[in-house]
Design a protein around this ligand. Structure first.
Ligand SMILES: [Zn+2]
Length: 391
C-alpha cells in the first residue's frame, strides 16, 4: 500500500499527465457512464457522466484519478441510478486477455503480481489468436471494427464496435464467451464415433468450419512443428513423441477425417484437453469476464493504470500489434531521477534499457521506472519528494 506522501507524489504526476493529453473521449461520450478509482480500489466511484471531451479532460487534470473506467454500454441517462434507471441502449463487445489467466510457466517462477516479458508476449499471442482465429473467421467481424489496447498492466482489451454486436443481450454474450473458451463444446458433434468400442475414430477435417476445423488444423500444425508445440497443447511428452514419430501418417489421417492413426487410451479426455488448449483462456470469474456483463466498466484507453503508471494505450491498428512494446510505447511519466528502496526485483526492461535485478537496494532511477516499481509494490520512495511534481 502507498504511504500518504507517495500518493501525493503520484497524484501530481498523474495530474501533469492529464494536463497534456490529446483526445481520449470514447465514441458517444455523452451516453457513457464513468467510474474512477484510487490507489486501493480500481472503481471507487461510478455513475459519472460528461457532456463532452473537454469536461472529461478538465476533471482528469483536476482530480488525477489513478484509474479511469467507462461503460461498454451507452445509456439514455448514464448518471442515472439505480442501473435499471439508466436506459440501456446497447454495449460494445469487449474481451479481456490477462497473463494471469494463461498457463504460462513463468507465472510460477516470479511473484504473482510481477509481470515479465514472457507474460506480456503470452498475452499478446492470445490476443492475436482471439482476433485471427475467432473474431474474424468465426464471428465475421471486420478488422476495422476491432481495436486493441494494452490494459496498462499485464494484458490487452479487445473492443468490438459493431452495430450487430452492440445490441447483443447478456445471454448472447455468454454464448460467445463459451464458444471462444471451448466451454460446453460437445466433442461428439465432430467425433461421432467417440466412445464406441472397436469402431474407428472419425473426426473433423481441416476444411470443416468452426471448432472442428480449428481442432484439425491446430493438431496438424503442432504435429508438423514438433514435440514442444504438441506439449503446448497439453499433450504429455511420451504421447507427443509418438505423434511426432508417426507424423506423416497422423497428418494424412486427420486430413481425411481418420483420427485413429495412433493408439490413445482415453480418446475423449485426450482430445478434449487439446481443445481446451487451443481455446482462448479467459477468466471464468463472473466479475472479471467482461464480455458477458452488459453494464461493465472497463479502463478507458489512453488513461493511466494506477498499479503501474503505464498508459492503457490503444494500439494504432491490429496490424501493428506485433511491433507494439507495452513496456515502451505506454510510458506516461518523465525521466528525472527518483530515489527508491527496492524489495527483491527480477531484471526487467523498460524503454529498451534493462534494470536490475535488485534486492533491497537503494537506487536512483528515471521517474517512470521508479514509479513502475513503487506502484507495483516492489519498492518505496526514498527521501524528499514533496517538492518534486513535474518529473
Ligand atoms: Zn511472467
Amino acid at each position: 500500500m502507498l504511504g500518504e506522501s507517495e500518493s501525493r507524489f503520484f497524484k501530481r504526476l498523474i495530474a501533469s499527465f492529464y494536463s497534456n493529453i490529446g483526445n481520449i473521449a470514447p465514441r458517444n461520450i455523452k451516453a457513457r457512464e464513468f467510474g474512477f478509482g484510487d490507489f486501493e480500489r480500481k472503481i471507487r466511484y461510478r455513475h459519472y457522466a460528461f457532456r463532452d471531451e473537454g469536461q472529461l479532460r478538465n476533471y482528469l487534470a483536476k482530480e488525477a484519478p489513478p484509474f479511469v473506467s467507462y461503460s461498454l454500454a451507452e445509456y439514455e441517462r448514464p448518471d442515472g441510478r439505480p442501473m435499471e434507471g439508466k436506459g440501456w441502449l446497447g454495449a460494445d463487445l469487449v474481451f479481456d486477455i490477462d497473463a494471469s489467466d494463461l498457463k504460462l510457466k513463468c507465472r510460477s517462477e516470479h511473484a504473482n503480481s510481477w509481470v515479465c516479458s514472457k507474460c506480456l508476449d503470452g498475452a499478446k499471442a492470445e490476443t492475436t489468436k482471439l482476433v485471427e482465429e475467432f473474431l474474424i473467421p468465426d464471428f465475421g467481424f471486420a478488422e476495422k471494427d476491432i481495436s486493441v489496447n494494452f490494459s496498462g498492466n499485464r494484458g490487452y482489451h479487445i473492443h468490438v464496435e459493431n452495430a450487430d454486436a452492440f445490441k447483443l443481450s447478456g445471454d448472447a454474450r455468454k454464448q460467445i464467451s463459451d464458444y471462444i473458451t471451448g466451454n460446453s463444446i460437445m466433442l461428439t458433434s465432430f467425433f461421432p464415433t467417440l466412445g464406441r468400442r472397436g469402431v474407428r475414430l472419425d473426426g473433423p477435417k481441416p476444411a470443416d468450419s468452426g471448432w472442428g476445423g480449428k481442432l484439425a488444423n491446430g493438431v496438424i500444425k503442432a504435429v508438423n512443428s514438433g514435440i514442444s508445440s504438441l506439449m503446448d497443447l497439453g499433450i504429455e511428452k511420451r504421447d507427443a513423441q509418438m505423434l511426432t514419430r508417426k507424423s506423416a501418417e497422423v497428418v494424412l489421417g486427420i486430413s481425411t477425417g481418420n483420427w485413429d492413426k495412433i493408439n490413445i487410451p482415453k480418446k475423449g479426455e485426450f482430445w478434449a484437453n487439446v481443445l481446451k488448449n487451443i481455446a482462448i483462456k479467459q477468466s471464468d470469474a463472473i466479475d472479471r469476464n467482461v464480455s458477458t456483463d452488459i453494464h461493465h466498466l472497463i479502463r478507458l484507453p489512453g488513461t493511466i493504470h494506477g498499479d503501474t503508471g503505464l498508459v492503457a494505450k490503444k494500439v494504432k491498428s491490429f496490424k501493428v500489434l506485433a511491433e507494439f512494446d507495452p513496456m515502451k510505447d505506454t510510458i506516461a511519466f518523465g525521466d528525472s531521477p527518483v530515489s527508491i528502496k527496492t524489495a527483491k526485483v527480477p531484471a526487467f526492461t523498460m524503454a529498451g534499457t534493462t534494470y536490475g535485478p535488485y534486492e533491497n537496494t537503494e537506487v536512483k532511477l528515471p521517474a517512470y521506472v521508479a514509479s513502475y516499481l513503487v506502484l507495483k509494490g516492489f519498492a518505496s520512495l526514498k527521501g524528499k519528494t514533496s517538492k518534486e511534481g513535474t518529473v
